[in-house]
Design a protein around this ligand. Structure first.
Ligand code: DAS
Length: 404
């Protein structure tokens, strides 16, 4: 009887509620007040109706004339919700659940869904990125686009890592939510709908699709290697840095306005290079931080260093000698904790000494993107090639000049 709404008589009173799973053999009802109540002795009076409990698969229609999209869920707020009727926290990872919650998706594309992980993104690791890249690579062979639902905290790390590992001729759209789908202010449905529209559009690259403002008026599609989560809780937390967003998707019309250059659908061949060197470290410099931190990681076998320096790309001058030694057998890339703008180590003495020591200017790359890029390069190329490629624009992570 699980999932059925019933009326019973127990302890001389009438009770109504939804039959819940029970491990004690007693009858457990989810009452209308939200509480669960257990009954050992009771008389079933009437079965009132069938209630859909999370996880039951309603049928969804498929339309031959619509494109086919794969939704791969990795977890995070967007993939979870509380079902108040049962109290269960479930993950929306079946196509049926996602489409039944956002039925408008079925007017855009046919959806197949797969749960790859059900983890909060602060727990993602580089090996998760590799497994995900391989799954997306396989999906791209048969689907017109791929959507990846992901926690927001580290979404830009995963998205940029995939963008380097996976050259795609079709849309690969990362989407998250700042508010879970059971809250009135949830951004989940709108973000999913805009992502679905993007996933069938004329673009061939990895994007992040999230609210463009705090209102429900449009989403932005950000280039995966130019986006960062810039607010802990606002729904428009994701912003393109040192680049314009690729597109604006108006809501609820779902009209797409292309804003900057993009890889078109079919422009690139599908290609996967799925290795990552995990011994690459991102170090945020702050006044007083001792250069010993470089020695520590070097002694642990790290040969890739991304420094989030100050201003145009500086660290304390007492780091110079250590950096000279580290650069002999490691790749050291300088980025800026200003995030906006670009590195230029040719203005001040400090910068010039850093260049002489062998530090590489990270141009206008975000620190996190320089990290995933260096992991990718050291994982798939030899040392000298990696050193050359790190300051070369590969997929839009470096804009030729800064206009912002
Ligand atoms: N903990 C957050 C994460 O998984 C939840 C979210 O924002 O999706 O990134």
């Amino acid at each position: 009887m699980i999932g059925k709404r019933v009326r019973i008589k127990a302890k001389g009173k009438i009770f109504e509620g939804i039959v819940m799973p029970s491990f004690t053999g007693n009858l457990v009802l989810k009452l209308d007040n939200g509480y669960n109540a257990g009954f050992k002795d009771y008389e079933l009076i009437e079965v009132l109706e069938e209630v859909r409990i999370q996880g039951q698969k309603p049928e969804i229609a498929r339309h031959e004339d619509l494109p086919n999209v794969k939704i791969i869920s990795t977890g995070g707020t967007i993939a979870s919700r509380v079902d108040y009727r049962t109290g269960a926290v479930t993950s929306q990872f079946t196509a049926e659940e996602i489409v039944s919650d956002v039925p408008e998706i079925a007017e855009i594309c046919n959806v197949d869904a797969e749960l790859l992980y059900n983890i909060l993104s602060e727990n993602m690791k580089p090996n998760n990125w590799i497994v995900l890249a391989r799954r997306v690579y396989e999906a791209l062979k048969e689907y017109d686009g791929v959507i990846i639902t992901h926690g927001t905290d580290t979404m830009h790390y995963t998205a940029s890592a995939l963008a380097f590992m996976l050259l795609t001729p079709k849309p690969v759209v990362f989407v998250g939510a700042q508010r879970s789908s059971d809250r009135p202010s949830s951004d989940a449905a709108m973000n999913l709908l805009c992502s679905a529209k993007l996933s069938v559009s004329d673009v061939g690259e990895v994007l992040v699709c999230m609210h463009g403002s705090t209102n429900d008026d449009f989403c932005y599609a950000h280039r995966a290697v130019k986006v960062r989560k810039m607010h802990t809780s606002r729904r428009d937390a994701f912003q393109s840095i040192n680049a314009k967003p690729v597109a604006r998707i108006d809501y609820p019309s779902l009209n797409i306005e292309w804003i900057s250059w993009r890889y078109r659908r079919g422009e690139r061949e599908l290609k996967l290079l799925d290795k990552l060197e995990e011994k690459v470290v991102l170090i945020k410099f702050f006044p007083g931080l001792n250069a010993d931190v470089l020695e520590y990681f070097h002694s642990k076998g790290y040969r890739g260093f991304v420094i989030e320096g100050t201003g145009l790309g500086h660290v304390s001058t007492d780091w110079i000698n250590t950096l000279k030694r580290i650069c002999e057998d490691s790749v050291v890339v300088m980025t800026s904790q200003c995030l906006h703008g670009r590195i230029c180590d040719r203005v001040y003495d400090t910068g010039r000494d850093l260049l002489k020591a062998g530090v590489i200017e990270g141009e206008d790359m975000l620190p996190e993107v320089a990290l995933t890029k260096l992991m990718f390069l050291l994982g798939n190329y030899d040392f000298e090639e990696a050193k050359k490629l790190v300051k070369k624009n590969l997929i839009g992570e470096i804009e030729p000049r800064s206009t912002y």
